[in-house]
Design a protein around this ligand. Structure first.
Ligand SMILES: N[C@@H](CCC(=O)N[C@@H](CS)C(=O)NCC(=O)O)C(=O)O
Length: 313
């Protein structure tokens, strides 16, 4: 296996992971699949991310990409062949729309999900999501008072999305882009896990163009995954050195942070675990931090700028 083969650390029911699996399908890539637990501890992944705890995480050698909003651009930059995740006409708008959709939809989507399947969620999962991830009690009982508002919100988003994909096969024309995958993944979470009546609740008619669009994205598949253990992925990171950074200006921080300075990078929404390291390079949409793990050695951890606080340590 080449160290350039992308390795995805993910779990089956993670819908943000499904967005990346669909992106790998869209690009027709071969990749290594590391199945991680649905909640921490993840002892062979946290040392690679510097503590960032969410899923999925993409690894390419000793380069670690945290958050789908940097994973998709990285896949496109490192594997430019084949269909693009940011086809002509979608650039920029796709990133902004995908970000806004996911951020606004996440809690209402969970509200609808737990209405249907909440009683099957184990208490230790609810405790982890409340204390270590969302800081919100997502048990069915706790979410119930807001159910009507959550349904209204998801319905209204789906209504405009339906109009958009009635006018064209995908959001920005004939080809799917990252925003299609972002919008699709939250709907996937509901349609995959809830009984079929969820469609009617959300205003999705059986013959709706939205269903045809949804099915076109399912048809992208997942590319060609081959299983890999966490131990093997860790060994790949330990044997590799981070790739030279040629796509970013080391001193390109719009806020004036300098390469070589100590920084702390923290998600600004949930699972707010700070990652401490040395700034390698940054620009308007990506930040790269060098960390040193006792066993894995030198690593570069990449984050998107949007959705993360980057501060001098
Ligand atoms: N903005 C992040 C959100 C990722 C996210 O919230 N993923 C969920 C799983 S679908 C998660 O990490 N849940 C908590 C966990 O698995 O630790 C991204 O785009 O990657």
């Amino acid at each position: 296996m080449s160290t350039a083969t992308p390795i995805l650390h993910h779990y089956a029911f993670s819908t943000f992971s499904e967005k990346v699996r669909a992106a790998l399908g869209l690009k027709g890539l071969a990749w290594r699949s590391v199945d991680i637990p649905g909640l921490p501890p993840r002892p062979l992944l946290s040392p690679l991310t510097g503590g960032y705890r969410r899923a999925p995480v993409l690894q390419v050698g000793a380069d670690i990409y945290c958050d789908t909003n940097i994973i998709l651009p990285a896949l496109q930059r490192l594997f430019p062949q084949g269909p693009s995740l940011f086809p002509k006409g979608s650039e920029g708008v796709a990133q902004g729309l995908g970000f806004a959709w996911e951020r606004q939809m996440w809690i209402p989507t969970i509200g609808v999900l737990v209405h249907y399947i909440g009683e099957h969620i184990p208490p230790e999962f609810l405790k982890d999501r409340k204390e270590g991830y969302l800081m919100v009690d997502i048990s069915k009982d706790a979410m119930a008072p807001q159910f009507a508002q959550h349904v209204q919100f998801v319905r209204a988003q789906i209504a405009w999305l339906t109009q958009a994909v009635t006018a064209r096969p995908f959001l920005f024309g004939d080809a799917p882009c990252s925003a299609d995958l972002a919008c699709w993944q939250t709907i996937f979470l509901l349609r995959k896990n809830c009984p079929p009546e969820v469609d009617a609740l959300l205003g999705i008619a059986p013959n709706s163009p939205l269903v045809a669009w949804y099915d076109r994205i399912v048809a992208l598949g997942h590319g060609t995954p081959t299983e890999m253990t966490s131990e093997e992925a860790f060994a790949v990171a330990a044997a590799a050195t981070p790739a030279a950074v040629t796509h970013l200006d080391p001193n390109g921080d719009p806020g004036g942070l300098k390469a070589g300075s100590a920084v702390v990078v923290t998600p600004d929404d949930n699972a707010r675990v700070p990652v401490r390291g040395t700034l390698v390079a940054t620009g308007a949409d990506e930040v790269i931090v060098a960390i040193q793990d006792e066993k894995a050695g030198a690593l570069h951890v990449h984050f998107p700028r949007l959705g993360f606080d980057v501060l001098a340590a």
